[in-house]
Design a protein. Structure first.
Length: 757
């Protein structure tokens, strides 16, 4: 390592120039597109997501907004006129694919063995208002979808074309501007839907990206100044942070990844973790410089001795953190995978930059500059060391009790993929969604896609099976509406029989069904409606199940029940059954979360523990390092269970990320302990005290800076991000206690077995 240090010193200006060139190149490469849509959670080759995209290609649809009106008198001239006017205005927006509302909902009227299809609100006159109300509330397709059963809530559903995130945000703003203009008296407007959800996520993310770095850097500057009492050292660390962020984001851009609420955490992560190596390098540099100042001071000697000693422990801490993050790359959730790969690269970039930039700039300081130290550290750390010596048994018994309580808590951890619960309950979006869920059709759906031979969906037996299944599903909890081809067949048949309700049924004659559907499809509006539920050759169709937002546990039960019912009802029909839709996909995410937690942490544990063995090359030191690092992970998982914090798209990463970070200070502690301890020379207690006093200040400060940095995530408006920040901060706090109390106590307890020859 001395040879490496000498080469680094000899060509230090060349390395600095090279870093500058790379930084400039990567800075200009930063170009990241925001995307919080459903696709970021699935890989491009995921068969279930491919099936979902195929479903959208066949039957249309995509991102949507639901504009809900609440009025005691929906069927008044001013409210109906408002609905008609806004429907027309929204249809003219470039990004809009179609709009559904009472204004353009198709009314089927029987006329002399034929039918006429016309919009419900084609003519709005005072004398017709009660007739319109009666028709809308009695129509099986309108009721519960476009109008509530009590007539007080009505919906305008806007379906959008696929578009980039920035355009989607502008589209939502345009819709809001249109619908909020000219609202009738005593009428309230609520907006929800997946487009609104994406809009809110993008808003939260952009707000966090502006505030978190500024707040984080400000807090870091204060902490570093308290530690070093040096503006110059502050500037060095800020320079390293800035370069590390440029490299990390530039690398992210070259991989063509989009940014979302999960991958957006790369910025605070690199911001916080790039400091640790800097602090340890500066502390050791100042320690060496003081010794050399008393002798014959040489900047070159201090540089070489600092790099020679600090490179290995800093590399070990960086690579273990990177291993923890890189373990997320095996996740089947793309956002988690991209976060793991990019943040792992960012941590290693920070190590390279720190080991070159920090000592190269530190030696530019005047040789006689006084090194400030924070008073009282030696006394505090000595007292902690005395406590460790006298209370070894109490410490270990307490650890055992905490371990048992935490294991019990882990058994209570639940998984949650309900997107709505990620938002504050008092937010307008949350409240609007709850209103839609309660009074109309909900924002979630499950789609049953049926596929068979040509004209199979004209067969009476198949249609009656669809009808029977739809009725069974409608009785399930949380289901708000079920729509399929059978609803149109029954409506058309009734209209052709003088609107006699006795004929609201599926005919027994396939030829008659084909004729009636043909008559309905002669109108453009009728054909468009049918194409959203069946293909032109009647070989494929869908049963659309609208449901309210619900906890993941209930969502899984509902999805399993529907899948079982669908397979049982169509058994022996020859139809291929495929389930898709938002509920189905988010249930898959729940499965992927479990896999990510188990596989990711297992991989992180194996690689990090394995690397620690290679780093220490000693079974005894390797064994001593496991307990203080595994304990914080067990504790935070236990806290999740006891506190009711669910396993979600953010907290699924906590164990792997935290385990990679918490080992850092253990590496520095054991490295320094091994450097100072000579068996049979000085009592272990004295060496532990010396080690704690010399490394404790840097360990405590890096831990506190990291804890503070992650707590900044509490300002996020996205609940999973806040929970991630809290849990990582707690893990680092428990890791700090583990390194300065549990680890020394463990060494003292095991000294006879491990540390004496």
């Amino acid at each position: 390592m001395e040879k490496f240090a000498k080469i680094l010193y000899k060509f230090r200006f060349l390395w600095l120039v090279l870093i500058s060139i790379i930084t400039i190149f990567l800075t200009f490469s930063i170009k990241i597109e925001t995307d919080n849509s459903l696709r970021v959670w699935f890989s491009a080759n995921d068969p279930e997501y491919i099936a979902y995209e195929n479903y959208l290609d066949i039957f249309g649809g995509g991102s949507f907004l639901i504009v809900t009106l609440r009025s005691e008198n929906t069927f008044s001239l001013d409210v109906l006129s408002y609905i008609k006017q806004k429907t027309e205005e929204l249809e003219y927006l470039d990004q809009v694919e179609c709009v559904h509302s009472l204004a353009n909902a198709n009314k089927i009227i029987g006329i002399q063995e034929s039918i006429e299809v016309q919009p419900l609100l084609s003519k709005i006159e005072f004398v017709h208002l009660q007739r319109l109300r009666k028709y809308a509330l009695e129509d099986e397709l309108f009721r519960g979808y476009l109008i509530s059963s009590d007539g007080k809530f009505s919906a305008i559903v806007i379906v959008f074309k696929d578009m980039p995130s920035e355009e989607a945000d502008r589209a939502v703003s345009q819709v809001e501007e249109i619908v909020y203009n000219g609202i009738p008296i005593n009428t309230s407007v609520f907006i929800s839907g997946d487009m609104k959800m994406l809009f809110e996520l993008n808003r939260i993310q952009k707000q966090s990206q502006k505030i978190i770095p500024i707040l984080g850097i400000s807090i870091i500057c204060i902490c570093i100044f308290i530690l070093f009492r040096s503006l110059y050292r502050n500037l060095i660390i800020l320079l390293v942070i800035g370069i590390s962020l440029c490299w990390a984001l530039g690398f992210y851009s070259t991989l063509c990844y989009t940014i979302n609420v999960i991958t957006g955490m790369i910025i605070p992560l690199v911001l916080v973790l790039s400091i640790a190596d800097c602090v340890h390098i500066i502390k050791y540099f100042d320690e060496i410089r003081k010794d050399y100042y008393k002798k014959d001071y040489s900047k070159k000697d201090v540089f070489i001795r600092t790099v020679k000693y600090i490179t290995i422990p800093c590399f070990n801490t960086s690579i273990t953190t990177a291993f923890g993050l890189l373990s997320l790359s095996i996740s089947r959730i793309d956002a988690v995978k991209h976060f793991g790969i990019s943040s792992a690269a960012g941590i290693m970039f920070a190590f390279i930059i720190s080991i070159i930039v920090v000592p190269s700039l530190l030696i530019l300081l005047p040789a006689n500059q006084k090194v400030e130290s924070f008073r009282g550290w030696g006394r505090l750390l000595s007292n902690i060391s005395n406590f460790n010596e006298k209370r070894v048994k109490y410490v270990l018994v307490t650890v055992l009790l905490i371990f048992i309580v935490s294991i019990l808590g882990i058994t209570k951890v639940k998984i949650e993929t309900n997107r709505l619960e990620c938002f504050p309950k008092k937010s307008d979006f949350y409240q609007s969604t709850k209103i839609i869920d309660k009074h109309l059709f909900g924002i979630d759906d499950i789609e049953i896609v049926l596929k068979g031979e040509e004209d199979v969906l004209k067969r009476p037996a198949i249609l009656k099976t669809i009808e029977r299944l739809s009725l069974e599903i409608e009785r399930l909890p949380h289901v708000k509406k079920v729509i399929s081809l059978t609803d149109y067949v029954k409506r058309i048949h009734r209209a052709l029989n003088e609107d006699n309700h006795e004929f609201y049924k599926i005919p027994d004659d396939q030829f008659l069904i084909a004729q009636e559907l043909f008559v309905f499809s002669l109108s453009d509006d009728g054909r468009k409606e049918l194409e959203s539920f069946v293909t032109p050759d009647y070989s494929q169709g869908r049963i659309s199940i609208k449901a309210e937002a619900m906890p993941s546990e209930k969502s899984l039960i509902l999805g399993s029940l529907i899948e079982k019912m669908a397979k049982e009802n169509f058994l022996g029909t020859g139809l291929q059954i495929t389930l898709t839709g938002t509920i189905y996909l988010y249930n898959l995410i729940q499965k992927y979360l479990i896999e990510s937690q188990i596989k990711g942490f297992t991989l992180a544990f194996i690689t990090i523990i394995g690397f620690l063995y290679l780093a220490f090359r000693s079974v005894k030191y390797w064994g001593l390092s496991i307990l203080p690092n595994l304990l914080p992970i067990i504790i935070i998982l236990g806290i999740m269970g006891w506190a009711g914090i669910t396993l979600n798209i953010s907290t699924v990463m906590v164990a792997s990320v935290a385990f990679g970070i918490v080992v850092d200070d253990t590496v520095h502690f054991i490295t320094r302990f091994r450097k100072e301890y000579k068996p049979g020379d000085i009592p272990i207690q004295d060496v532990l005290r010396s080690t704690l006093v010399s490394t404790g200040q840097a360990i405590i400060f890096t831990s506190m800076i990291n804890i503070t940095g992650f707590l900044i995530l509490l300002i996020s408006g996205f609940q999973p991000i806040r929970e991630f920040g809290i849990l990582i901060s707690l893990a680092l706090l428990f890791a700090l206690v583990g390194d300065i109390i549990v680890l020394p106590a463990n060494i003292i307890a095991c000294r006879k077995m491990f540390l004496r020859k």
